[in-house]
Design a protein around this ligand. Sequence first.
Ligand code: CDP
Length: 225
Amino acid sequence: MKKIIITIDGFSSCGKSTLAKQLANKLNYTFIDSGAMYRAITLYFLWNHIDWENTGEVVTALENINLEFQYNPSAEKSDIYLNDENVEMLIRDMLVSENVSAVATIKEVREFAVAQQQKMGKKKGIVMDGRDIGTTVFPQAALKIFVTADPTVRVERRFKELFETNPNITIEEVKNNLEMRDYIDSNREVSPLRKAEDAVVLDNSNLTREEQLNIALKWAKEKME
Ligand code: CDP
């Protein structure tokens, strides 16, 4: 079976990362969470008080950012390291979620992230999830999946996930954040979120994790033959 690139794009909290991780584990592929890169860059900007409306400041800051993924066996996926520090948990913080989509509109930030993502795909055998993976990062990918889910389902899923580490979080806060990010992600100038023409749609509103995996695995195997 040949090694391929699988892209998974879609709105916030559609279960893209869950699906990408499941697929990668089944196929023995590498899973790359491209959103983690934008989140880590945002965390660096926040920590270092970078004015991201100032292009010069952004360019200098990016020169000082080193992002790496390292496999974490207990999570069965890679954690992201920002300048050698594991920030996998810190990047899920609400303050990062509130600012990441604005940071992700910046052309220089996208060029920085996309160049690294394309390098990671050189050897194929990867599943990458994000917003522009099938359209901009790997337009030639063999399998492109566009995941959707009912907005109420998405809010509930993300609320449950965040509540585990932050019992002060409210449903309203989560809903507003998802709506805001989806709006900015879909309307930005550089690589807006949209379904690639040749992507297949997977609506997982009423699917269990196992059901969604089986559908995607079938698609993957067809392309790998
Ligand atoms: O997990 P969730 O779907 O909520 O978001 P994420 O994948 O962690 O991505 C966080 C944010 O990064 C998104 O809302 C986008 O603004 C940005 N992003 C992007 O612009 N392009 C990507 N390929 C991935 C994420």
